[in-house]
Design a protein around this ligand. Structure first.
Ligand SMILES: *[C@@H]1O[C@H](CO)[C@@H](O)[C@H](O)[C@H]1NC(C)=O
Ligand SMILES: *[C@@H]1O[C@H](CO)[C@@H](O)[C@H](O)[C@H]1NC(C)=O
Ligand SMILES: *[C@@H]1O[C@H](CO)[C@@H](O)[C@H](O)[C@H]1NC(C)=O
Ligand SMILES: *[C@@H]1O[C@H](CO)[C@@H](O)[C@H](O)[C@H]1NC(C)=O
Ligand SMILES: *[C@@H]1O[C@H](CO)[C@@H](O)[C@H](O)[C@H]1NC(C)=O
Ligand SMILES: *[C@@H]1O[C@H](CO)[C@@H](O)[C@H](O)[C@H]1NC(C)=O
Length: 495
């Protein structure tokens, strides 16, 4: 990567370097940078069956199988944001947020997933939220799908069924028609690599379908097509009047190779390609899966005696539709793991296909989530990596944050944000990475999926024992408010 400062130097000489350096210090955010916070519908809304809302796969799974969750925790009430959204907006206002990333619950809008019923109270709810945000000068960044698929669509197979792409397109049209006059930032999907695991095993991610190494690829294939179809719909029918931007949120850790042997570096590359390239390569590079993914899944499928690859293929027409179908890249990243080459995982599985093994390095500070250690330098590296591999796409960091046990005086979270934001600013100001926004995960303590209410990511505490679900700012909320107000990170985090 060529940092702008270097480029500047080469083209125009040293005066340019000085001009760049003095125009913005390394600890300052660029003008217009969008700072805010993020949530997701199932994790905060509650009201799971109110006012005509349909059942989602998470409602269904945690009702049928409370043992898949924590202590019977589920999203029936969660933070009760369905009733308390005005308090959420007030919290964002106090934070000085310029953007709020939230998701829309598909079954709240379309209880059966289909257009047979369009649930007006659901539309009213999001209209009220969006209008209140705009009155407070907070821009909505809307995720169309953050994992709460209508259960009605799971009964026809869920994402592995290719027809889901058509259902998603029709849902997206309802969203553009009802909210697109005011919502200018959309992401279609949140972390497909995470939610497609719902088709790769039992007991974890909804809908908990035991089809490892097959269902997860089929689901991913539908999701990539669905994303591109929605992007093209926006281009053809909405962009000229609504003038928004449509992207997708993908996720990856930084993967630090265990050593610098060729075999280990190849495993690092495979890990990135199976986790991130699986989606980013078709959408942002050339319309198709990464060559290494294609080759390994095809090979393993053949060796297993199958007549076809477990990884489906796109038609030429689909490739043209998928290639370049994003205005920006939403990017979720929390931590760094060590990676090396090793055959592992059941057969068939994505793990086994990847032949790459990852593990947290517990010499770094830990958190209340077993997968999350605090490795600030890895954040700069992964941002540099993403912008080198996928140039030309502005990045919005749609999730980044720290998990603890809920202390109001959350000094570890402050330390995490201070250091990670400093590394992000180095990526922006020293490496020239085009990051245009950042939404901290999360505004509120919320239902952390299978970990329930035991793992806390909020900068606001929520009292889940009180029917009021009282919100209280933690120390990290005022720390971030200072950064958001100043548009700069305290210099001590750069030392
Ligand atoms: C999942 O499928 C595998 C392979 O068919 C089987 O060995 C395993 O017992 C199944 N697990 C559950 C929980 O059904
Ligand atoms: C993908 O799109 C890019 C940018 O529009 C273009 O340069 C490239 O040739 C396309 N790749 C393929 C394989 O069509
Ligand atoms: C795929 O199989 C072929 C033939 O067995 C082998 O030459 C090739 O190295 C394999 N590729 C990968 C990525 O395993
Ligand atoms: C863990 O991190 C430490 C410090 O960077 C490093 O020395 C060590 O090699 C790492 N261990 C593994 C297994 O990655
Ligand atoms: C409710 O309060 C009890 C006792 O203070 C505490 O142990 C528990 O974690 C609380 N539950 C939640 C969901 O906050
Ligand atoms: C904001 O800037 C003021 C004045 O430069 C400084 O005193 C304060 O510490 C800064 N706060 C943060 C959180 O950066």
């Amino acid at each position: 990567m060529v940092a702008p400062v270097t480029l500047c130097l080469e083209l125009l000489g040293i005066a340019c370097l000085l001009a760049t350096a003095t125009s913005r210090e390394v600890n300052q955010f660029p003008e217009g940078f969008l700072l805010g916070a993020a949530t997701a519908s199932y994790q905060i809304e509650g009201g799971w069956n109110e006012d005509g809302k349909g059942e989602s796969i998470w409602d269904h799974m945690l009702h049928e199988h409370p043992e898949y969750g924590n202590n019977g925790d589920n999203g029936d009430v969660a933070c009760d944001s369905y009733h308390k959204y005005a308090e959420d907006v007030q919290a964002l206002k106090d934070l000085g947020a310029k953007v709020y990333r939230f998701s829309i619950s598909w079954p709240r809008i379309l209880p059966n997933g289909d257009l047979d019923v369009i649930n007006q109270p659901g539309i009213d709810y999001y209209n009220n939220l969006i209008n209140l945000l705009l009155e407070n000068d907070i821009q909505p960044l809307v995720t169309m799908f953050h994992w709460d698929l209508p259960q009605a669509l799971q009964y026809i197979g869920g994402w592995p069924n290719p027809i889901l792409a058509d259902y998603f397109l029709e849902y997206a049209r309802v969203l553009f028609d009802n909210f697109g006059d005011r919502v200018k930032l959309w992401t279609t999907f949140n972390e497909p690599i995470s939610f497609t695991r719902g088709y790769a095993g039992s007991g974890g991610q909804a809908p908990s379908q035991n089809a490892s190494g097959i269902g997860d690829y089929l689901a991913s294939h539908t999701v990539i097509r669905a994303h591109a179809m929605v992007y093209r719909l926006y281009n053809e029918q909405y962009r000229s009047t609504q003038n928004g931007r449509v992207g997708i949120t993908l996720s990856t850790n930084w993967y630090e190779p265990l050593d610098d042997r060729e075999e280990t570096l190849a495993a690092q590359e495979r890990m990135f390609q199976f986790e991130f390239g699986l989606y980013a390569n078709p959408i942002l590079v050339d319309g198709d899966y990464p060559a290494v993914v294609r080759e390994r899944v095809d090979n393993n499928s053949r060796a297993e005696g199958r007549p076809r690859s477990r990884l489906p293929s796109f038609t030429e027409e689909e490739k043209r539709m998928i290639n370049g179908s994003a205005d920006f890249l939403g990017f979720n990243s929390y931590t760094t793991m060590t990676v090396f080459s090793r055959e592992h995982g059941i057969s068939p599985s994505m793990d086994r296909d990847s032949g790459a093994f990852r593990m947290p390095n517990y010499t770094y500070p830990t958190s209340s989530a077993i997968w999350l250690t605090v490795v600030p330098w890895g954040f700069r590296r992964v941002l540099d990596w993403a912008s080198t591999r996928y140039p030309n796409y502005p990045i919005i960091v749609t999730e980044n944050g720290y998990a603890d046990y809920g202390d109001l005086d959350d000094q570890e979270r402050i330390s995490y944000y201070g250091q990670y934001l400093a590394e992000m600013l180095k990526a922006i100001n020293e490496d020239g990475v085009n990051v245009i926004g950042y939404t901290a995960w999360s505004l509120l303590d919320n239902l952390e999926w299978n970990s329930g209410f035991s793992v806390k990511f909020g900068i606001y505490h929520v009292d889940f024992n009180s029917t009021e679900r009282t919100r209280t700012p933690k120390a990290s909320a005022s720390f971030l408010a200072g950064i958001y107000r100043n548009m700069s990170v305290p210099e001590e985090y750069f030392q």
